[in-house]
Design a binder for this molecule. Structure first.
Ligand SMILES: CCCCCCCCCCCCCCCC(=O)OC[C@@H](O)COP(=O)(O)O
Length: 274
């Protein structure tokens, strides 16, 4: 249902729908997170740690799954995530993914019941995400040694660790230079590293996509299960190998546009993910 080539009025109506879908989508995410905050805070204080993180992670999975359903039904988004479900019971496991969009974490967290996420420290004080992230015992990325120790502890307890080794959303397509955290944690914990490849039809909510710029619908997102790496002995070598792997896989898929192209053409044809 591309708007291109249609009557100008139809195009205008579709653009209006895209704006509406954006408002609904962002509003629903805010509403879900805000509704959880007043519950998550007392649960964080009252529940023992193991119960708290269990409840916290299940609530995040369930809420984000509902959220993706909402985006599918009302906001013309299409998610192809079936491949991921095979990983759900593989623990301990370090899941690493490329990071094209703000939606990546929401998408991945919706499929794993016991996943602990390494996140930007600033998010821990965020009104929307802070309380939920604390209850789920997510790991702040501000003190590297703490990240490694906490990650190792969570993996030992049978958790699955999610981290985005680009450190921030992608700015140098197809993937930024990677930091060494995944290799370090894998080396220290003995857990394997599972690559996931995230592909968007347009870089919606990427680093160069303003929060209130309308999406180009349908937004298609596919997550592929990539290679699984054994815990490395040599972290720098592993990090280079992982980066090259992402580069090769994502270049081959070639579903994104560059940010510059995207800025020049606000309503591009949907990408090539089918
Ligand atoms: C139950 C209702 C849900 C309540 C909220 C639960 C908390 C969910 C926290 C999700 C936070 C996921 C953080 C993902 C990793 C991360 O930190 O990514 C940061 C980027 O994306 C943005 O970084 P940047 O590109 O540098 O702006």
């Amino acid at each position: 249902m591309s708007a291109a080539g249609r009557h100008p009025l139809a195009r205008l109506a579709f653009a209006a729908y895209e704006v509406l879908a954006m408002g609904l989508g962002l509003g629903m995410l805010a509403a879900i997170c805000l509704a959880w905050t007043p519950l998550a805070l007392p649960l964080y204080l009252l529940l023992p740690r193991t119960w708290g993180r269990r409840v916290g992670r299940l609530a995040i999975m369930a809420s984000f799954r509902f959220y993706l359903w909402f985006l599918t039904v009302f906001c013309y988004c299409r998610f192809d995530l079936d491949e991921i479900d095979a990983l759900r019971r593989d623990a301990p496991l370090i899941v690493v993914a490329n990071h094209p969009s703000l939606l990546d974490a929401v998408i991945l967290l919706s499929r794993f019941p016991n996943m602990v996420c390494v996140m930007k420290a600033a998010l821990a004080d965020n009104l929307l995400f802070g309380a939920g992230a604390r209850l789920a015992r997510y790991i702040c990325n501000d003190v590297p040694l703490q990240v490694i120790l906490r990650a190792r502890e969570e993996l030992r307890d049978g958790g699955q660790l999610l981290l985005f080794p680009e450190g921030t959303r992608t700015t140098r397509w197809p993937v930024n230079p990677l930091v060494g955290s995944a290799g370090l944690i894998a080396g220290r914990s003995g857990a394997p590293v599972q690559a996931l490849l995230i592909e968007f039809s347009t870089p919606y909510l990427g680093k160069d996509w303003p929060l209130f710029r309308r999406p180009s619908l349908p937004l298609r997102v596919r997550v592929r299960v990539g290679r699984r790496f054994a815990p490395p002995k040599d972290v720098p070598v592993f990090t280079r190998e992982l980066e090259q792997y992402f580069r090769d896989e994502l270049s081959a898929a070639s579903v994104h546009e560059t940010s510059a192209e995207c800025a020049a053409q606000p309503a591009p044809a949907a990408g090539t993910i089918s």
